[in-house]
Design a protein around this ligand. Structure first.
Ligand code: ZN
Ligand code: ZN
Length: 163
């Protein structure tokens, strides 16, 4: 008979997040497709913020975990590229869904925090750069790569501009 050990076998990473009021929550499994600060004008206007910490996960990694099926609403058209979901209670934009690409776009600020207010397991979702930096409302001098559009698929502004 096998002895029980103190350490569990290593589990795939599972992270949870909630909207401002807590009525909406979700869980993601495994690593993100990417985690970046987004300076696009859509994020700026939806969140009324100079930039937003955006995390993409594959559809298979994402699950809603709140219990009220009527807690979510969207006004996005069915054929829109990104379907923006909001909480019916706090009206916060909690996540957007791209069924064509099989992606969920999430916001780092919604992920669960410890007693000091810091996001738990930050190293798993820490941003690796800045995208859509061309439409930035402020410069960020953090040493991370700055992309004109999506990371890897557009011009590096922090390199190409220094010629
Ligand atoms: Zn809410
Ligand atoms: Zn954006």
């Amino acid at each position: 008979m096998l002895e029980k050990t103190d350490s569990e076998p290593s589990q795939p990473h599972s992270l949870q997040a909630s909207c401002f009021c807590g009525a909406i929550s979700y869980r993601v499994e495994g690593g993100p497709v990417f985690s970046l600060y987004c300076h696009c004008t859509i994020c700026q206007r939806i969140h009324a913020s100079p930039f937003v910490h955006v995390i993409h996960y594959h559809t298979g990694s994402f699950n809603w975990i709140h219990t009220d099926p009527n807690a979510l609403f969207t006004k996005s058209e069915l054929d829109s590229e990104w379907k923006e979901w909001r909480c019916l209670s706090c009206l916060g934009a909690i996540a957007s869904e791209n069924p064509t690409e099989g992606r969920w776009s999430l916001r780092g600020a919604h992920f669960h925090r410890d007693a000091e207010g810091m996001i738990e397991n930050w190293h798993l979702i820490e941003p690796t750069g800045h995208m859509f930096y061309n439409t930035r409302m402020l410069d960020v001098n953090d040493g991370l790569p700055k992309w004109e559009g999506y990371a890897g698929g557009s011009r590096r502004l922090d390199i190409d501009d220094k010629n």
